[in-house]
Design a protein around this ligand. Structure first.
Ligand code: UFG
Length: 327
């Protein structure tokens, strides 16, 4: 298949691109490189530096490449920033996304896999979360992702677009070649490992008075290779015109608390990790754990790396590589 990956120079996008190429697909990465890294794009992938808002340029790129399908991962993705700057999130995650969909229509590309998020559920009433549960986002990031999911449904009904939205829980870990490189970094695992590596003095724990077993927030960490594998499975399943589906992507179980992540990081790195409990971070739901039964049943997806220590080990090994790019 000839697959376009928007955001393919980013953390998850680069792993998806690697897997597509390993599976024998042709890939065109489209990325504006505002956050992505050119050196994270596989050598065998084609690359075009285009912003999705440039609809005509995207149409031309899709046409010239002869795209069969799009995996749309390009997005702004900081929950906190979305609260203080919702305009950016509606512009980049909705307006630019619609520009991509219209370019796809112009180029007669009818299949798309979309990177959605657990943030569409807001503060859920029950765990684990199922796709049939209420979607009531509590921040503009989740609201904009949900708005785009809705657009996919209406575009399916009206124009025959076939779509699968993958609602990511907490992507984590690394492959031998790719890992997390955000600037600024806000995610727990890379920050904790930065402390272990001596690059930061301490980790701040955002609240230990939640109604959870140890008082810290619980999340569902999913290894980036397991997450990426779901995209290649979804691509194969995009055959019915007009059908829009959504799937959760997490490991399920009971999830892991912030304290459990710190304990695992101490085990994996063999170093002490100074921590300090501070105020809660605005907008953090106490618990987010996925039921991924629907994607298991429909697409046969199963996570291979569910142990937190193993996930952290992959991230730590990637950070230890001499070639690890400085942040
Ligand atoms: N945390 C800390 N200290 C830190 C960083 C994080 O205690 O320095 C805590 C957070 O409060 C949270 C947990 O660690 O309880 C995980 O935080 P992350 O920032 O790593 O991840 P989030 O769960 O906030 O965000 C993830 C995705 C988002 C998605 C969101 C859904 O990264 O894209 O889940 O709520 F929107």
């Amino acid at each position: 298949m000839r697959v376009v990956v928007t955001g393919g120079a980013g953390y998850i996008g680069s792993v998806v691109t690697d897997q597509l190429i390993a599976d024998g697909h042709e890939v065109l990465v489209i990325d504006n490189l505002v956050k992505g890294h050119l050196d994270a794009v596989h050598d065998s992938a084609q690359f075009a530096e285009i912003d999705l808002i440039e609809c005509d340029n995207i149409t031309n790129a899709l046409g010239e490449f002869g795209a069969d399908a799009v995996i749309h991962m390009a997005a702004a993705s900081l929950v906190g920033e979305s609260v203080t700057n919702p305009s950016k999130y509606y512009q980049e995650n909705v307006v630019a996304g619609l520009s991509l969909l219209d370019a796809m229509r112009d180029a007669s590309v009818t299949r798309i896999v979309f990177s959605s998020t657990a943030a569409v559920y807001g503060d859920p009433e029950k765990q684990p979360i199922e796709e049939t549960d209420a979607t009531t986002p509590t921040n503009p990031y989740g609201a904009a992702k949900l708005a785009f999911e809705h657009a996919l449904r209406w575009y399916g009904q009206a124009y025959g677009l076939s779509s699968i939205s993958l609602r990511y829980f907490n992507a984590a870990g690394a492959t031998t070649r790719r890992g997390e490189r955000h600037d600024p970094e806000t995610h727990l695992i890379p920050l904790v490992l930065d402390v272990a590596a001596g690059r930061r003095p301490e980790i701040l724990v955002f609240g230990d008075d939640y109604d959870t077993p140890d008082g810290t927030c619980v999340r569902d960490y999913i290894h980036v290779e397991d997450l990426a594998r779901a995209h290649t499975l979804a691509l194969q399943a995009l055959d019915a015109p007009g059908v829009a589906r959504s799937y959760n992507l997490g490991c399920g179980g009971t999830g892991y608390s912030v304290r459990q992540v710190l304990d695992a990081a101490i085990r994996v790195t063999g170093t002490d990790i100074p921590m300090r409990v501070v105020e809660r971070r605005a907008g953090d739901p106490p618990v987010l754990v996925a039921s991924s039964q629907r994607i298991a049943q429909d697409l046969g997806w199963q996570p291979q790396r569910q142990e937190l220590d193993e996930i952290l080990t992959t991230a730590w090994q990637w950070m230890q590589q001499p070639a690890h790019p400085s942040r």
